[in-house]
Design a protein around this ligand. Structure first.
Ligand code: DX5
Ligand code: ZN
Length: 216
């Protein structure tokens, strides 16, 4: 099953509530929040307060992507913000098992994300304990970048390692109906899209096209 996760990084923050209602009504499955600390990535975005304030606005699955150094230090802030899943970066954690158990104890789903230069094989020891793998298809930090086709091989490798219906395989960065098709063929099943959805003339049509990939 294909899941579509619009990233509000590309939304109009002045009308955030309406923008979230719009993608929810258009059939989005998850809502993707990009949290950036200015250290792990060279950009700042927003924090747990924004996630918390949006929780009453939507029933979508809240998919929080933490692009922060040592996420364990930030998890207490995110614990009660209404996140359904928190995905951390493999490269940012000195103690990944501690992050996984912290989230599991609190019944928050947990994902591991890989930057473009990190190989899929690092996932191996953790796959029995996590819910989601997020393969970055651009360098993390900014929306609106071009998809990196070199990542398709890594998506295939991650899909082979996962080999299991319960761990989702998410792709993020430069995703539109064309690049998503390549990722789908490689084994991805969750598609984050920022600019492709929020800057589209007809966001509902883009979400529909992404869902249709699963029915071709
Ligand atoms: C980039 C973020 C992405 C970003 C994607 O670091 O992780 O989620 O919002 O934006 P687009 O879809 O515009 O490339
Ligand atoms: Zn993201």
């Amino acid at each position: 099953m294909i899941l579509v996760a619009p990233s509000i990084l590309a939304a109009d923050y002045g009308r955030l509530h309406q923008q979230i209602n719009m993608v929810e009504n258009a059939g989005a499955d998850w809502l993707h929040f990009d949290i950036m600390d200015g250290h792990f990535v060279p950009n700042l975005s927003y924090g747990a307060d924004l996630v918390r304030q949006m929780r009453p606005v939507s029933t979508l699955f809240f998919d929080v992507h933490l692009m922060v150094e040592e996420p364990l230090n930030f998890l207490p802030m995110f614990e009660h913000c209404g996140a359904d899943q928190i995905t951390v970066h493999y490269e940012a954690c000195s103690d990944l098992p501690a992050v996984i158990s912290y989230l599991k104890q609190r019944h928050i789903k947990v994902g591991i994300s890989l930057k473009p230069s990190t190989p899929a094989k690092v996932l191996k020891p953790y796959l029995d304990d996590i819910d989601n793998v997020l393969i970055m298809t651009v360098e993390p930090g900014f929306g609106g970048q071009a998809f990196m086709p070199d990542m398709l091989q890594k998506i295939k490798e991650a899909a082979q390692l996962i080999n299991d219906q319960t761990v989702t395989l998410e792709v993020d960065g430069g995703i539109n109906p064309q690049t998503a098709e390549l990722c789908f063929e490689a084994g991805a099943d969750v598609f984050v899209a920022g600019n492709a959805v929020f800057k589209a003339q007809n966001p509902a049509e883009i979400i529909k096209q992404l869902h249709l990939l699963g029915e071709k």
